[in-house]
Design a protein around this ligand. Sequence first.
Ligand code: 6PG
Length: 252
Amino acid sequence: MPEKREIKIVADGVELNRAAADEFGRCARAAVATHGRFCVALAGGSTPRGVYSLLAQDEADAKGHPSEHLPWDNIHVFFGDERHVPPEDPESNYRMARESLLSLVPIPSGNVYRIAAELEAQAAALQYEDQLRQFFQARLNEWPRFDLILLGMGPDGHTASLFPESPALKENSRMVAANWVEKFKSYRITFTFPVLNHAAAVIFLVAGESKSRILQAVLQGAENAAYPCQKIQPAEGRLLWIVDKDAAKLLA
Ligand code: 6PG
């Protein structure tokens, strides 16, 4: 395991949201200060929704206090993965982020890079990879370096849409993969490990007792257990797990 891995255990979901929103703000301000923009990839699923809502609430509360606003004009939002559904589908990660955050803050619409998951899965993956290459001016064999990637963890140890035994686990040349997920009998579009592991910072958000067993296995079990989460080891980046007490109850 990377020695630089940090684990922050917080009391509950409210504290998790606060801790994650504060980390988001710190990363955003630091990135804009050092290189003029903050490039972040959002996580999907249900856990991050509370974080996004709190970021939107912080923006509303900052009215009249210019120093408290995040630099939305220089924030560029991507998605670490997407279900193979149109953007208005209730399952869409983009829809969740739009409803809980992006429609509530003054981020320019051109700064939000949605995965076109209404397309055929492989076409959506190729198109998103092109968007990444263009945005990051990444040539072949170069990888985009996100300032921050938010991730969740599923009960099977998956993250983004890198599920155990799924084909994209072996993908080391593409940035974005159309990944067939057998248990859902559907495709997902997902960042691949090289993109995730080139980030300057990766923050996992994990809450709830239902994740306690898998969290112990991922963080303290056999390192070769082959849980996709265990393969997230940013080579030159920070790895932070923000977990609530219920999820952390089995950790030594
Ligand atoms: C998704 C996410 C996925 C999620 C985990 C945890 O598209 O669903 O990318 O990796 O983060 O499944 O989901 P919860 O936060 O809902 O437990």
